[in-house]
Each structure stands twice: as structure tokens, then as C-alpha cells.
Write a protein that binds this ligand. Structure first.
Ligand code: AMP
Length: 493
């Protein structure tokens, strides 16, 4: 038996300031909002960044996702903007004073949601604009005037060109997930947007990694920034138990079922490398009785937000996602992340497994390694400066053979009745008519791509694997052992 892979140490050190929010003397409306959200102590990035931003200094912050960086910039910006707070209905009294730029629609939506919560008891207005949806409602909101504008670069430029917003009174700019913005190719858009802003301003740049490109961006746009690095830029949180299992491509779904069941996992992220693979896997898992939704770049904006929402509110158990679609999403308490495919870029391993073990929660990251993947594993090891044990995967014979039963499904049940009682799985509860795609397997066009993906279970149903087949008498894999957990959110180095 192989010992579990050691987690990477990222412990709280004596240098890491741990401060209560009360010590900051935040303005009453902000203090009230965060108290309501249950924040007591600041996370390391907050303890370091908030006082610096309150002084009006530029910041170059390296922080992995889930460290609390949104509050680290949003709270001090709002505190400084409170002097402009007013309840006037005149748009002229509410010019854009803070601009927060993010690479993806989901991230923009998520940050805007948090900003709204922090500003709940102030008269500061905030709005979010991103592409893929109608510009009109965004335009109407912008025309009324907003102090804090959260945006993706492309859509913001559309609004600037349409003269829907004026940025000549911007005092604060946040470039969040800056490395991702450069990866996506937003540099020219960023340069154009920054050229519309007053030179006198505070600029905050956050990035998971400080690549040479990011340093160049910082040199061009930040003035004498304070560098804040609360966690190694390529570190994984110490709350995450990581496993690398040797599993052939054809056995990965089987292994996934087995781990979900043996660990009694309620929800998980499953990462794949391609949009097509994402859609296919989501479909297979759904067919095998798991409530699954897919998140990839070919989905419409509306579908992506719906997929995210249904996962967040627990309507679906598995979110199968590609890297671009899932990067940085704040979905808390995801008990596990599966790397169904190993990411092509080792940095994406860090981002993927950052979905679990967040905000001090314990997490599990499982990576399936086929023979051809060994080179990619070596790259992850090089990045993280850690050697991982490649563990053999022990298949439990009690589990359903999904290759025989689930894969070519024609109404056949994957999960059997237990003790004469129908198991609560998608197949047991809601036998379905064969889907058109099974009948037309040779068709050149996959109808899946022509309609939104729809999970087929009602929200209240339990995860299918909880009820599927008879429970294993022993732990499925003797390789899985719990690790000592350390609160990641408050750990710095
Ligand atoms: P972020 O890295 O900004 O996406 O934050 C990750 C999650 O941690 C969010 O859901 C925040 O609401 C939460 N969070 C941020 N700061 C704190 C804090 N000081 N105490 C507790 N939760 C926090």
C-alpha cells in the first residue's frame, strides 16, 4: 500500500499578521456588512493589503484564489470612496470612481456580487458589465451612475465606445487575475482602457503568478507598488489531500464513481482538457445516474451562469469543467476536485485544486494518471517542487460495471434496488425515454450542442452515488487516508 502523498506545507508563520476586522476601524456601514457575513479575522492578504490600500498606495498582490482577495481590495476602496457617498438621483453625482477588471464573465459576476454585499449599507452604487448578454440593461444601469464598476475588458470597451460610461473620474483600478487576462490576450484591451483613465489614481494588480509579462505590466502601470505575497504563487493550500492514481483512460469513470461513493462526497468538480471532452463526459455521467452539468466555453453566457447557479445551490452534484470556464470561480466548500484529464499547463493544476480546501475547509484532489500522462505529472511536480506517489487504484468489484451497464444505455438501470427498495438514483427514480442521440449515434452532428445541457433530477434528490448499489463493506481504496488539516485561508508564508 502506498502512503498518501504529503501535502505541501503552507503553515501560518509568526510573520503572518492575524488581525480582527475590529482593529481596522472600518466605517460603520462596511463593518456592519462584513459582520453580517460572518467575517471576524482578516485573512493574510487582507491583513497586509487593506492598510496599504487605505493609505492610497499601489499594490502588486500575489494571492491564490480563495484567499479573500476580493475583500482585500474592495473594502479599503469603498472606505476611501465613502467621502463621495450620496443619495442623489442625479447620475452626475455618481461617476465611476473604482474600476475592477476581470478576465471572465463568471468571475466578474462573482466579484460584483461580493462588492454589492460589502456596500449593502452604503449609498455607493455598483454594477457589473460583461459580454455574451444584452447590452441594454447594462447601459441603463450605467446611465444612472455607478461608483464601482466591475467589468470584463471587451464589454467595457463596447460601453466606452457607445459612450455609456465616462472614466475620467476613476480614482482606483483593480486588475484582478491579471495573469489570466494576459493569457486570454486582453493586453491590448487593457492598454486601451487604462489610456482612458486619469494618471493620478491608485492601481492594484492581483495575479496568481508573477510572470515576466505580469512584471512588465506592473512596471508600466503601477507607481512604486507595495508587493504583497501571502502564499507562494505556485503553492497549493495545505488543507488539500492530494492523490495521483494510476488509472487507464477507460477506467476513469469507474474510479470516479467509486471514490464519490466511498468518500460519500456530496459535490465535486471534474476537470477535463477540452470542450468536447467536457460535454461528452457530462453526458456519460448523467447517463450513469449522476446529476451533472457542464461548464465550457461553447456554452452561452446564460447556460454558463445557470450551470454555475445549479451547482452552487446544490441542484447538481458534479460540475464538469474546462480550465478557462472554471478559473477562479468562488464556489465554496467543494469537497473534492477530480482531474479527469491532467492539465496541459502545470499552473492549471494549482488553479483547479484551489476549488477545494478553500476558506479553511478540508479538500480532496484526485488526479487520474494514464500511462501517457507521466510527462504532465512530472511538470506539476517540478512546479510544486514535490514528488507525488503514483498510487495504484483498487477497483471494488461490488461497484456497477459502468462499461457494461451505463455506457450504452438504453433505459437499462445503472443502479440496482437495495433491499427491495428502489435506489434513489436518476435511473431508479426517473426511468427515461432513450435520448435521441443514442438512436442516432452515427449522425454527424451531436444534438447535445444544439440545446442547453439539462440536469435531469429534481433539486431535492440526494446524490445518486449515496444510494447506488449496496455500500461497500470496506473502504474502496485502502490508499485513501485522511490528512491533518490546516486552515488554508489563514495560512501564509
Ligand atoms: P475570494 O478569494 O475573495 O474569492 O474569497 C474567497 C471566499 O472567502 C469568499 O466566499 C469570501 O466571502 C470568503 N472570505 C473572504 N474573507 C473572509 C474572511 N476574512 N473571513 C471569512 N471568510 C472570508
Amino acid at each position: 500500500m502506498t502512503e498518501p502523498t504529503p501535502v505541501i506545507s503552507n503553515e501560518l508563520t509568526s510573520e503572518t499578521p492575524v488581525m480582527a476586522f475590529a482593529q481596522l476601524q472600518l466605517a460603520a456601514p462596511l463593518a456592519r456588512a462584513i459582520a453580517e457575513m460572518g467575517y471576524e479575522s482578516m485573512t493574510p492578504i487582507q491583513a497586509q493589503a487593506i492598510p496599504v490600500v487605505l493609505q492610497g498606495r499601489d499594490v502588486m498582490g500575489a494571492a491564490q484564489t480563495g484567499t479573500g482577495k476580493t475583500a482585500a481590495f474592495a473594502l479599503p476602496l469603498m472606505q476611501r470612496m465613502l467621502k463621495h457617498e450620496n443619495a442623489s438621483t442625479s447620475p452626475a453625482r455618481h461617476p465611476v470612481r473604482a474600476l475592477v477588471l476581470l478576465p471572465t464573465r463568471e468571475l466578474a459576476d462573482q466579484v460584483a456580487e461580493q462588492v454589492k454585499l460589502y456596500g449593502k449599507y452604503t449609498d455607493l452604487r455598483s454594477a457589473v458589465v460583461f459580454g455574451g448578454i444584452d447590452m441594454k440593461p447594462q447601459t441603463a444601469e450605467l446611465k444612472k451612475g455607478v461608483e464601482v464598476l466591475v467589468a470584463t475588458p471587451g464589454r467595457l470597451l463596447d460601453h466606452i465606445e457607445a459612450k455609456n460610461c465616462v472614466l475620467n473620474q476613476v480614482e482606483y483600478v483593480v486588475l484582478d487575475e491579471a495573469d489570466r487576462m494576459l493569457d486570454i490576450g486582453f493586453l491590448p484591451d487593457l492598454q486601451r482602457i487604462l489610456s482612458y483613465l486619469p494618471k493620478q489614481r491608485t492601481t492594484l494588480l492581483f495575479s496568481a503568478t508573477f510572470s515576466p509579462e505580469i512584471k512588465r505590466l506592473a512596471n508600466s502601470y503601477l507607481q512604486d507598488p507595495v508587493t504583497i505575497e501571502v502564499a507562494r504563487s505556485n503553492a497549493t493550500a495545505s488543507t488539500i489531500e492530494q492523490h495521483f492514481y494510476s488509472v487507464g483512460d477507460d477506467d476513469k469513470r469507474h474510479a470516479l464513481h467509486q471514490i464519490l461513493k466511498s468518500r460519500a462526497l456530496k459535490q465535486a468538480f471534474v476537470f477535463v482538457n477540452s470542450k468536447l471532452g467536457c460535454a461528452r463526459l457530462a453526458r456519460s455521467l448523467e447517463r450513469e445516474g449522476l446529476k451533472t452539468t457542464a461548464l465550457h466555453g461553447d456554452k452561452s453566457q446564460d447556460e454558463r451562469l445557470k450551470a454555475l447557479e445549479s451547482f452552487k445551490n446544490g441542484e447538481v452534484d458534479l460540475l464538469v469543467a474546462t480550465d478557462v470556464a472554471a478559473r477562479g470561480l468562488d464556489i465554496k466548500d467543494v469537497p473534492a476536485v477530480f482531474n479527469f484529464d491532467i492539465p496541459f499547463h502545470a499552473e492549471d493544476y494549482v488553479h483547479r485544486i484551489g476549488r477545494t480546501g478553500r476558506a479553511g475547509q478540508a479538500g480532496l484532489a484526485v488526479t487520474f494518471v494514464a500511462k501517457s500522462d507521466l510527462r504532465l505529472v512530472a511538470e506539476i511536480e517540478k512546479l510544486l517542487k514535490t514528488k507525488f506517489d503514483l498510487e495504484p487504484f483498487e477497483f471494488d468489484e461490488d461497484l456497477p460495471d459502468i462499461h457494461k451497464q451505463g455506457h450504452i444505455n438504453d433505459g437499462h438501470r445503472l443502479y440496482q434496488h437495495r433491499d427491495g427498495v428502489p435506489a434513489r438514483s436518476a435511473y431508479a427514480e426517473r426511468p427515461r425515454a432513450p435520448r435521441p442521440e443514442f438512436r442516432r449515434q452515427q449522425a454527424p452532428v451531436d444534438p447535445f450542442f444544439e440545446k442547453p445541457y439539462e440536469p435531469s433530477l429534481p433539486p431535492e434528490a440526494a446524490p445518486a452515488w449515496e444510494a447506488a448499489v449496496k455500500p461497500a463493506g470496506r473502504s474502496i481504496s485502502s490508499n485513501i487516508k485522511p490528512k491533518r488539516k490546516v486552515a488554508a485561508l489563514f495560512a501564509g508564508d
